[in-house]
Ligand binder design. Structure first.
Ligand code: ZEM
Length: 293
């Protein structure tokens, strides 16, 4: 099909300075509440939220995606695949109260951008203009991916967004952040050591650790290394498939290339299904550190 794109409509009279204020409120709260999840903090959980609100997109009928902010409805929040994201949602509640003019889709995506930049990731150009949709527009459950599958499944899954092999590998580098939690997903453990700094560590570990396929306490198979790191079967799929593996090798060697390609693919993920052509340039926000100096 060729359903029309959603037309972005920026919040009335709001500009870079207003959105930088929202950015700062999120960034300051991230800095203040650093004890969450064993001192990982909320950053990774916010990045995962930004991906899950966008990951419901289907290019065939332009349904789902970040535009309508429909994660705020119970139907979407209660998708079993969204377990654990209540933390990010609760984190954002006071921000939404303080800035009642921002749409939910803009808030969820801006929170992901803020978290990535504050965790020393690349600058992510961001555009406002998502508009709250009705509950009837919330996508059905089941559009988020199944971690027990292989590389071919991952390629097919991301085909729904129109992503290339290179974009898929770059996006999955976000698994340098945070960890899996048995009570959320039935997997357990972090992908690496620096769980709240954005780096190319995911790719380095994927290639260099000694991985063993083991059953965890929930009865699911995951790859474990003797350093206490893990990989989901879908992550491991990226080195079982030659077309994916060449990008894993590239990003393990070249963090700048990873940052550049991640930035483009992540912006595309957040903007899927939206026509921003009536708006001006994307905003690039300053980190808290840059504003201090
Ligand atoms: Zn994830 N992801 N993800 N992901 N993800 C988890 C956690 C995080 C998959 C997946 O099943 C899981 C992308 C793609 C895919 C993050 C970012 C991004 C967890 C653990 C699972 C099971 C959840 C838990 O137990 O709390 C699969 C199958 C994917 C595609 C094939 C993309 C794309 C991402 C961003 C660009 C992040 C940051 C986390 C860590 C969350 C946290 O709370 O620590």
């Amino acid at each position: 099909g060729s359903a029309a794109l959603h037309l972005a409509q920026a919040e009335d009279g709001k500009g870079l300075d207003d959105f930088q204020k929202v950015y700062n409120a999120i960034a300051e709260k991230l800095r203040d509440e650093d004890e969450f999840d064993g001192y990982i903090g909320y950053g990774p959980n916010l990045v995962r939220l930004s991906w899950h609100v966008s990951g419901t997109f289907d290019k065939n009928d332009n349904s789902g995606g970040s535009f309508g902010g429909t994660y705020r409805f119970k139907k979407e929040a209660d998708d079993p695949a969204n377990k654990g994201l209540q933390n990010a949602a609760r984190f954002l509640e006071p921000i939404a109260k303080k800035f009642p003019w921002i749409s939910h889709g803009d808030l969820y995506t801006l929170a992901g951008v803020t978290a990535l930049q504050e965790m020393q990731g690349p600058k992510i150009p961001w555009r406002p203009g998502r508009v709250d949709a009705d509950e009837k527009d919330a996508p059905e459950n089941g559009r988020l991916p199944d971690a027990s599958k292989d590389g071919n499944y991952v390629r097919h899954y991301f085909g729904r967004f129109g992503f290339s092999d290179q974009e898929i590998v770059a996006l999955l580098g976000a698994h340098c952040l945070g960890k899996t939690h048995l009570e959320n997903s039935g997997y357990e453990g972090p992908w690496g050591a620096a769980t709240n700094t954005f780096t190319n560590e995911f790719f380095v570990n994927l290639l260099n650790e000694n991985w063993k396929l083991e059953k965890n306490d929930a009865g699911n198979e995951q790859y474990n290394s003797n350093k206490g790191y893990m990989m989901l079967p879908t992550d491991y799929g990226l080195i079982q498939d030659g077309k994916f593996k060449k990008y894993v090798e590239k990003y393990a060697k070249d963090q700048d290339a990873f940052f550049e390609d991640f930035k483009s693919a992540y912006v595309k993920l957040l903007e899927n299904g939206i026509d921003f052509s009536k708006l001006g340039k994307a905003y690039v926000f300053k980190t808290l550190d840059e504003q201090d100096s």
